[in-house]
Design a protein around this ligand. Structure first.
Ligand SMILES: Nc1ncnc2c1ncn2[C@@H]1O[C@H](COP(=O)(O)OP(=O)(O)OP(=O)(O)O)[C@@H](O)[C@H]1O
Ligand SMILES: Cc1ncc(COP(=O)(O)O)c(N)n1
Length: 510
């Protein structure tokens, strides 16, 4: 069996702030699904603003690290970064030669790191010749414009054409494919180009991102290419994929808020769900606010203390029944869009349960009006219509995640409000609206609400930031409708408290 992941080794310097060097390489490996390993060439005290000090361990210690890896692990891919001194470069060259002599030939990507973005040198001048020797042993070398100039021993190219010319000569002379990086060229684009030893050029275009989050871009790109190459057909495929990822990583870098200088890129920008807070944790404050505001409304206060006139309660129940018919349609839509059988069944059961409740309410209303000749009342109020319209609009145009976010407050606000009312109401058998309070405040409804929340979290997990934001917006609108729904019934001054007789058919719990 072949191993499940590419085993990639970074041989490079460190960046304790995690944006460049070995730390960036390991993130880049992981971001591309490789198993990452690292051998330290130099310890660098640096941050996003600059390099403070460099400590290069003895070459023997570097050799010991390299051999500790290769004596034990088959390495599929090697990325070489900061080499610091001629001794370090020679040690790495000798190790590569020993690997080849032993019949091991990992893919070798050489990022000829010389100067950091901050302008600090990361390679002794005397080491430049040693790095040139290493180019011939690599499969791919990834110079930026100043590094390319050093490698061909010429002044820095001023145009893309001049840079391509230098890269062609480097590739021909060394027999190694060159990935020429155009980041230092300026202008609206940031192109790279693969130049083969035969002179073949493959340009990889990309827009320039207006950002200062470019610390470690070279490290991250070369590590990504090293991770991808053993699993792709050729250099162009690996480079295109890595470059597209890097452009997104630069764009997302600023949001990390790491450091005051040239910030790092976001290596995990393509996996926004990873480590993100669950959707329901993100919106818990919105729901808590809706519950808080609802419990202070005159209707809810009167409901809780039992002073609500029965005709007011009936009006509420009537609007609720009308609402439930629309709500059931939207739950059915969630079921239709559901990604798996469990969520499909959950929302289908919810839709059926709403219709059962609605039918019971309707029958009891008919029985009551037949008994005492009361009017049936008009149709849905503007408030009820507005809430249902919002839900139906999301159902018609939104994704499964949007629909689940839209229906969630009806569970969540009711469950939380019900629990509070139940705690406040005391003995429910003596309470005129005890049935209603009991149903929404009971454990069964709390369990259903927990399931609805879990479905919303699952739906939000795979979304990008924009998708999550849409879910939050939709839920926030539903929360506002929830509060307005309770607020539409005013406990009119007047009739005394409901008697239990009057309530026989009025308050019907779900
Ligand atoms: N502002 C930007 N927008 C988009 N891509 C960029 C930007 N800056 C750099 N890149 C890309 O990042 C990669 C590294 O480019 P660059 O030429 O800066 O190499 P480097 O100098 O070795 O990197 P480092 O900043 O790590 O030293 C290249 O693919 C380049 O095109
Ligand atoms: C250990 C180490 N290796 C490479 C770089 C180059 O990255 P950048 O030019 O983006 O600072 C760096 N700063 N530190």
């Amino acid at each position: 069996m072949s191993p499940s992941r590419v085993r990639a080794l970074s041989i490079a310097g460190t960046d304790p702030t995690g944006g460049a060097g070995i730390q960036a390489d390991l993130k880049s490996f992981a971001a591309h699904g490789a198993y990452g390993m690292a051998v330290v060439t130099a310890l660098v005290a640096q941050n996003t603003r600059g390099v403070r000090a460099v400590h290069v361990p003895e070459p023997e210690f570097l050799r010991a690290q390299l051999e500790a890896v290769s004596d034990d692990v088959t390495v599929d891919s090697v990325k070489i970064g900061m080499l610091a001194t001629p001794q370090v470069a020679h040690e790495v060259t000798a190790w590569l030669d020993r690997q080849r002599a032993a019949g091991r030939s990992p893919v070798v990507v050489l990022d000829p790191v010389m100067v950091a973005t901050s302008g600090d040198r990361l390679l002794d001048r005397e080491a430049e010749i040693a790095v040139r020797e290493l180019v011939g042993r690599a499969d791919l070398v990834t110079p930026n414009l100043p590094e390319l100039a050093v490698l061909v021993d010429e002044p820095r190219a001023q145009t893309w054409a001049q840079a391509l010319d230098q890269a062609t000569r480097l590739a021909r002379g060394s027999g190694t494919t060159v990935l020429l990086k155009g980041g230092h060229l300026g202008g609206p684009t940031s192109p790279d180009a693969l130049v083969g030893p035969d002179g073949a050029v493959v340009e990889v275009a990309a827009q320039r991102v207006a950002s200062t989050s470019t610390h470690g871009t070279g490290c991250s790109l070369s590590a990504a290419v090293a991770a991808l190459r053993p699993a792709r057909d050729g250099w162009p495929e690996a480079v295109r994929e890595a470059k597209q990822w890097l452009t997104g990583a630069i764009a997302a870098g600023a949001r990390l808020e790491v450091g005051a200088g040239h910030g790092p890129v976001d290596h995990l920008h393509h996996a926004p769900g990873l480590g993100a807070r669950p959707f329901t944790a993100q919106v818990a404050g919105l729901v808590a606010d809706a519950v808080e505001r609802s419990q202070d409304l005159p209707f809810v206060r009167a409901l809780a203390d039992g002073s609500l006139p029965v005709d007011r309660f009936e009006e509420y129940v009537r609007q609720d029944a009308l609402y439930l018919t629309g709500y059931a349609r939207v739950l059915a839509r969630a079921s239709e869009l559901a990604p798996d059988g469990e969520s499909q069944a959950f929302f289908a059961r919810g839709a059926a349960a709403c219709l059962d409740v609605e039918r019971r309410l309707h029958e009891q209303r008919l029985a009551r009006s037949a008994r005492d000749g009361s009017r049936q009342g008009a149709g849905a109020s503007p408030v009820t219509t507005a809430y249902v319209d919002h839900l139906l609009a999301v159902a018609a145009t939104g994704s499964y995640a949007d629909v689940v976010a839209a229906v969630l407050p009806c569970y969540w606000v009711y469950a939380d409000l019900g629990a509070r009312l139940r705690a406040r109401a005391g003995d429910l058998t003596a309470h005129p609206y005890g049935d209603w309070v009991g149903t929404y405040g009971d454990e069964e409804f709390a369990a259903l609400t927990a399931q609805a929340r879990a479905h919303a979290d699952a739906a939000g997990r795979s979304l990008d930031a924009a998708g999550r934001a849409r879910m939050c917006e939709v839920l926030a609108v539903s929360c506002e409708h929830e509060v307005a729904f309770f607020d539409q019934v005013r406990p009119a001054p007047g009739p005394a408290r409901a008697t239990s007789d009057e309530l026989v058919n009025a308050g019907v719990p779900a």
